[in-house]
Write a protein that binds this ligand. Structure first.
Ligand SMILES: C[S@@+](CC[C@H](N)C(=O)[O-])C[C@H]1O[C@@H](n2cnc3c(N)ncnc32)[C@H](O)[C@@H]1O
Length: 219
């Protein structure tokens, strides 16, 4: 990855530990590696792509929980969607929502090339409008779109999550800036984390993995 939000990467974990942990983590499939290469060729920055540690964690959660119906909010070029689709059982299905037209095209091409089991459904639109329209409930929801709307996505997603289902939220530590939030995304994420901590409808664990991941379980 070239840069992180246009700045050198600030790592929550000691860089040597992070690098060691990545080396000891199951590698991406050949298809996922090709998707990363293709994304890198077509875009100047691919730092929004969540990476193998988050991807592998999502795969584990799907396999351990037996999730069959998964929703992703924020597709980008399709990295985490493809990772999660690979973990789904026969008959499983992943719906992912993206509003940016260029990213929609790239993700669509990637799913056509790499989603061999046709498990991925791409919804082209604004997740703030699309999530409330979705029918049925999901076993796992991965929230990874714009940080200022996390509270709104959470409100809309919780009703779409099965009882006992998991909501996984990325970037909750925002390079560690949530400790003394100075800008609006850091403030929004800090407020979001505090709201989750106070919400009796769920139990959660905030893991200092990469840029911070919260795993929320609906009671
Ligand atoms: C961090 S990236 C997602 C990365 C992806 N999950 C991955 O791991 O490769 C966030 C994406 O959310 C999209 N996005 C932001 N706000 C959105 C919204 N309201 N509705 C749908 N997509 C949105 C952005 O265009 C961007 O592609």
């Amino acid at each position: 990855m070239k840069k992180h939000r246009g700045k050198p990467i600030v790592q929550i974990t000691d860089p040597d530990i992070e690098e060691y942990a990545l080396r000891m983590t199951t590698s991406e499939s050949e298809d996922v590696k090709k998707l990363v290469e293709s994304s890198d060729e077509q875009l100047e920055y691919i730092d929004m792509l969540s990476g193998n540690m988050v991807g592998q964690l999502l795969k584990m959660l799907i396999k351990i929980s037996g999730a069959r119906r998964v929703l992703e909010i924020g597709t980008f070029t399709g990295y985490s969607a493809l990772m999660m689709a690979e973990a789904l059982p026969e008959g499983g299905e992943l719906t992912t929502i993206e509003m940016n037209i260029l990213y929609q095209e790239l993700a669509e091409n990637h799913f056509r090339s790499f989603d061999k089991d046709q498990k991925i459904i791409l919804i082209k639109g604004d997740a703030r409008e699309e999530v409330p329209k979705l029918a049925g409930v999901f076993d796992l929801i991965f929230l990874d779109a714009d940080k200022l709307s996390y509270a709104e996505y959470y409100k809309n997603s919780l009703g779409k999550l099965a009882s006992g289902g998991l909501l996984v939220v990325d970037n909750v530590l925002w390079d560690g800036t949530i400790l003394e939030p100075q800008e609006e995304k850091a403030m929004a994420l800090d407020a979001f984390n505090k709201a989750i901590a106070d919400d009796d409808r769920v139990e959660q664990v905030l893991l200092p993995v990469r840029d911070g991941i919260t795993i929320i379980r609906k009671k």
